[in-house]
Write a protein that binds this ligand. Structure first.
Ligand code: MN
Length: 258
């Protein structure tokens, strides 16, 4: 293990990658990421939808990437085990890879909620893929219960896992809406989940490409829709600043994806 020595340790959190390996590569160059000294987290949905889930996941593994589980990880693991039917997805190459099991088990091991202690001049943060349930108050307790134990097929389908990986708009009781467009269009009685979040600790999340990158009072959204042609957004926690790299979607081809 390489010793981690300040002041060069920097913690980054990147939004939904969705198989956008080339954008991840570009980001790592843009931020001069050094795996031996820096830390890279993802808000989940590392794979699927985009063209290169396998390459994304291998790059992620190779730089020591961490993250929280997203709904596309849940889908991939359930589809792989045959407990959910395969839908239209872009996971064939990943599933056929010789290291598929190793890569998928690394996704399964990711927590639902991760606490990132304050570092540098940046605030502490909770990391979650989609959002926090309105009734979740003591997040340390919630996270301990949610992350504990084996993340088996039953865990993947638990209510807390489903909520935290899928919510965009909900009621104050935590009933979710299927609405997935801009928050301003959210139909009553549903409201964007963060309106019910009363905690003081910053929550960093992804999952809401239509909302894009935004900063609320105590929330930070990092899904700027890279797979749809938006930027790939990353947050440097140490300096509390954002870095974005442009999407390469539309420039992909079979030959270019090697
Ligand atoms: Mn998602």
């Amino acid at each position: 293990m390489t010793p981690r020595v300040k002041p060069w340790d920097v913690r980054w959190v990147v939004g939904d990658l969705q198989g956008c390996a080339r954008e991840l590569e570009a980001l790592l160059v843009a931020i001069a990421f050094e795996p031996a000294r820096d830390e890279l987290w993802c808000t989940g949905d590392i794979i699927n939808r985009g063209p290169e889930s396998l390459a994304t996941l291998r790059l992620w593994r190779d730089v020591g990437g961490r993250g929280v589980v997203g709904n596309h990880e849940v889908y991939a693991l359930c589809a792989r085990n045959g407990i959910w039917p395969r839908k239209r997805d872009t996971l064939d190459e990943l599933f056929a890879a010789p290291d598929a099991d190793e890569l998928l088990e690394a996704l399964r091991a990711m927590p639902l909620l991760a606490y990132l202690p304050a570092c540098g001049t940046g605030p502490a943060a909770w990391l979650v893929h989609a959002g926090i349930h309105p009734r979740w108050r003591e997040l340390v307790t919630v996270a301990t219960a949610a992350n504990a134990g084996e993340h088996d097929d039953a865990w993947l389908q638990r209510d807390d896992v489903t909520f935290a990986t899928r919510v965009r708009c909900c009621t104050s009781d935590g009933v979710r809406s299927k609405f997935d467009r801009e928050p301003t269009g959210c139909p009553a009685p549903y409201r964007p989940w963060d309106e019910f979040y009363a905690g003081e600790t910053l929550v960093v999340h992804g999952h809401w490409a239509w909302r894009g990158h935004y900063r609320g009072r105590n929330t930070l959204g990092l899904d700027s829709g890279c797979v749809y042609g938006g930027a790939l957004t990353a947050w440097c926690q140490d300096e509390d600043r954002m870095v974005q790299v442009p999407s390469r979607q539309g420039t992909y081809s079979r030959s270019a994806s090697k």
